[in-house]
Design a protein around this ligand. Sequence first.
Ligand code: BG6
Length: 506
Amino acid sequence: MNHPENSILIIFGASGDLTKRKLIPALYSLEVQNLLPNNFFVFGASRTELSDTEFRDNMADALNEFSKDEDLSKKDQFLKRLYYQSVQANDSSSYKPLINRLEKLENEKEMKSNLIFYLSTPPSLYDVIPDDLAKVKLNDESNGWKRLIIEKPFGYDYESAKKLNEKLSKNWNENQIYRIDHYLGKETVQNLLVTRFSNGIFEPLWNRNFVHHVEITSAEDIGVEKRGGYYDNSGALRDMVQNHLLQMVGLIAMEPPSSMDSNSIRNEIVKVFQSLSKFKDDDIAKNVIRGQYLESKIKGKKVKGYREEEGVDPNSKTETFAALKFYIENWRWGGVPFYIRTGKRLPTRVTEAVIHFKPTPHSLFSQENECDSCNQLIIRIQPDEGILLKFGMKLPGAGFNVKNVNMDFHYADLSVQRIPTAYERLLLDAMNGDSTLFARVDAVMNAWSFLNPVLEAWKNDHTIPVYGYPAGTWGPESADDLIEEKNMTWRYPCKNLAEDGIYCEL
Ligand code: BG6
């Protein structure tokens, strides 16, 4: 693994939740693994006035609460890397103290001015801060590289994403911009590439001749929690489908890249996005189902409906569940339906992709459970990461009775090492200048262009229903009707990779 060059990370929005919950714990994990360069520093930057000491104290608390590392012995050493400087967005003169302190630190440590700016702010500042930075020449690479990490959501729809890109590209080159999609940082999402391209056995089957359909589920059991205000202006399609789920579709459906370099991989993902079938106004209601969770009882405990959540409009039509059926119109996948769904307040937290293989051309044996695609490869992204293959076996005894059995691999058995969090991997990659696991501009735009007709139809066509579903269930029943064929439904995954079924113990 490359060791990153000395650099300084400036986190805008440092008093927010992401810094505490994800960024600082991820950086600390890199410290524990000795992956940070000697001269690596972090500047928290927000409107709030804080001293370095106060910021360090806050981050020490954050580590106690959110760090996954049991080893806290390097905490003091780590905290010494942290500084804080208050900055006002949209006021480039307020950057002067930050610039002075950065220069002072760089001189003291005799390091180049390699700077990473992390925008963990409300999205309305995604074009403002990069513009401010350019005004004070903090995008100038003459004495060290300058990189910009931008959190999702990258735009609100096709037009706003286009405008944002246009603004950014005035002062920043595409190779300086790192658009975070934290799903790409997940080990098991990357393992999709390894499963497909390090094994000869899957490739011959990985196409329309053998695959019946592909199913991707990303379920959460939590509701919108304290993010009602943000979520009500976003919804499941923007929050999960446009980015995380489509990136997974890209990795499952892409052609083998010519090499593992960033552009080769990202070129193949973009080709998949360009081949996504276009939704037409009159088939949207049939192929895209939206739902909203309703008040219910889960394990005897009353749970609020979405419209009762804090920050949510009591008449809101924002979807907390979305399920889609679509096709990828290319030689590999022509005619193979892709079904994807995501939702909040579903029965469990699980993300998995299921490749359903076609049945045998003629059925010779009696199956214990009737199914038309009994051979399934289930790739579990989280939790209980692993891979499961389902196939038929003869039941011992007279006759030829077939039972569907599971061949089960758990990622945790592979190594004693803890699975690194997505942010550890992505922050390290950004320090190393490796953008493979970040979304490129054309991927983002193609993803929006695929979903834009749906967003438009939902906004303008009031006959398209928002189905209610009781919190703690698998979403609206109409989502089941997306999979129209006989004997076929979604997989209803349990916490345990090998179990499925609507009634499994959760
Ligand atoms: C975020 C969404 O991008 O992903 C959240 O904004 C969602 O709404 C989260 O809860 C899910 O991430 P993970 O890693 O818990 O699957």
